[in-house]
Design a protein around this ligand. Sequence first.
Ligand code: NAD
Ligand code: KPL
Length: 305
Amino acid sequence: MSSTWHILGAGSLGSLWACRLARAGKPVRLILRDQQRLVDYQRGGGLALVEHDNLRQYAIPAETANANGPIHRLLVACKAYDAAPAVAQLAPRLALGAELVLLQNGLGSQDEVAEQVPHARCVFASSTEGAFREDAWQVRFAGHGFNWLGDPANPSVPSWFADLHDAGIPAQWALDIPTRLWRKLALNCAINPLTVLHDCQNGGLLGHLAEVEQLCDELVGLLRRCGQPDAATDLHEDVQRVIVATAANYSSMYQDVRHGRRTEVHYLLGHACRAASRHGLAVPHLERLQQRLVDNLRSRGLRSD
Ligand code: NAD
Ligand code: KPL
């Protein structure tokens, strides 16, 4: 089986993974959105990664979804709302036994992707690493963190897992990946929308702790109802810890809004509210938060889905 890493989405996180894998000598191919971007990329000569203010360019080969050739291993590095349509385009190229790694934040997009490729293995990832694009094909590695990967349908560690270690990508195989994704989603629901509504850094929420506590109360009930009691353990304390530890940072949702980008709210707070509704659980503070956020996004001319 080919050991090539096809990377779908050469944005912030996709480029960070692509450059580290390429640097370690792993075969990597980027899959870009269309022919025009491919020409633009090729003209630039590759992907640049800036780490500790050192810039290095990697001439990683690239193609579009229309290229020929089977794909055995696909790192899906699009936003949650783009993941399923992007994978659907590639479905005809997936080889028998193909494996996908899904880097999307939140929940819901993983199932949407799996529906497009019922015969492929889908490995879910939860990442606390941080990267952002400084230029069209240049990404800055901004926050060292960790990656947990796991497959709720199959506990066996994939054969390629050692590639991550070889490439210096900090990662652990996690049998409890759904718990980790739910926990991160809960943290995100308790922090990110409020930073948009109060127009503040994460630390600004220290002035709104009663509101944060109300959300945590409902999130704990929701996690338990969804069969995720471990994700609910000490949530209130963890949310406050994250607020303090990241006090000077702007949340990812705040940054999306500030840059006029679509947010991933559908797969974060939206997913929480839909899950509560499915379970017949009343979550009035989360519902109200969602409505306020949707109104806020619309008033800025941003998509709210
Ligand atoms: P990004 O917007 O920087 O990159 C996404 C890329 O996917 C873009 O370049 C876009 O053009 C491309 N894309 C979309 N549809 C495509 C298609 N059909 N074919 C080819 N390319 C396509 O996003 P990001 O910040 O890298 O985030 C990706 C995911 O990782 C998100 O779910 C995000 O929440 C999560 N995440 C990001 C970070 C981070 O620091 N950036 C950290 C943790 C988690
Ligand atoms: O993940 C985050 C984000 O900004 O998306 C944190 C820092 C945990 C805040 O919710």
